[in-house]
Design a protein around this ligand. Structure first.
Ligand code: SF4
Ligand code: SF4
Ligand code: FES
Length: 284
């Protein structure tokens, strides 16, 4: 095997509170190999205790998210042949979330956010067998249902990644979920107050970095975030809507709900000093 068929991987290792480091491995490259294959080779041949989370190896379960050369990616979808083998390939956990060990990060905060969103709310008293909608009405929301909850968009979003906001931000993944509910043809929920005061949609400055990293190619900013921002602006900041509500004696929309927990420091704070300056290439 020639030198050109060896990939040199620098892999983040360590646990919270302990010393962290980058271990280096030379991995023989085979045709069609992805980063997850290389990590399995390392587990089988050099470091059996290397922690990496994965499940489907088909880019559908969202488990193997991490950062390859500083960019949030699915490890099972990142072909080694697409990377420059003349340079070391850096493999790290998602840095916006707390570290569990090695390449595994703790994404449980996301499930807390998910629970805070008002669930699908069909018309009260309408039996399920009588739910009806037109195909063209449902096509719009099908895009949002493609989400595999990989949380790569949450990882790249600068609002979450920097951990510097005064209030919590729900993040792009959950703006996608909320858009799927708000735009569902028979949903009667009103999540505009939640979006404004609990999810703090105002923190998003539409940098589109979340859209760039989405493995399902969901147009997160254009099709989810911007329409939601428009709905919130119409409800709370449009003077004509405000006057119309006053005339009808109707209060502003939607309860804000229970405050979200803040996302606590990610694994960036556990990284060795030499790697702390690295930024994802598409950081939002
Ligand atoms: S557009 Fe930028 S700021 Fe808004 S959610 Fe996406 S990554 Fe975050
Ligand atoms: S919206 Fe895309 S990037 Fe974000 S969690 Fe879903 S699939 Fe992953
Ligand atoms: S292992 Fe399921 S998405 Fe990568």
């Amino acid at each position: 095997m020639t030198e050109a068929h060896i990939a040199h991987l620098k892999v983040f290792r360590g646990e919270p509170g302990g010393a962290t480091r980058y271990d280096e491995f030379d991995v023989p490259v085979e045709e069609g190999m992805v980063i997850l294959d290389a990590l399995h080779w390392i587990q089988g041949n050099a470091a059996p205790d290397l922690a990496v989370r994965w499940n489907c190896k088909a880019a559908k379960c969202g488990s193997c998210s991490g950062e390859v050369n500083g960019k949030p990616r699915l490890m099972c979808k990142t072909r080694i042949s697409d990377l420059d083998l003349d340079e070391p390939i850096t493999v790290e956990p998602m840095r916006s979330f707390p570290l569990v060990r090695d390449l595994v990060s703790d994404v449980s905060w996301n499930y807390e956010v998910n629970k805070s969103i008002q669930a699908f709310t069909p018309p009260a008293g309408l039996p399920q067998e009588e739910w009806r909608w037109q195909q063209q009405d449902i096509e719009r929301v099908q895009e949002y249902r493609k989400c595999i909850e990989c949380f790569l968009c949450q990882d790249v979003c600068h609002v979450l990644r920097n951990h510097e906001t005064e209030k919590p931000f729900m993040g792009p993944r959950f703006l996608v979920r909320t858009a799927g509910l708000e735009m569902h043809p028979i949903d009667e929920g009103d999540r505009r107050g939640y979006l404004k005061d609990t999810g703090n949609i105002g923190y998003c400055n539409i940098t589109k970095c979340c859209t760039e990293v989405c493995p399902e190619h969901i147009k997160i900013t254009d099709n989810a975030i911007i329409p939601l921002k428009e709905r919130v602006a119409d409800e709370f900041y449009d003077p004509i809507q405000w006057a119309w509500r006053k005339l009808r004696g109707k209060p502003a929309a939607g309860a804000a709900g229970t405050p979200l927990p803040m996302l606590q420091g990610g694994s960036a704070s556990d990284a060795p000093a030499a790697a702390k300056g690295d930024k994802p290439t598409s950081e939002g």
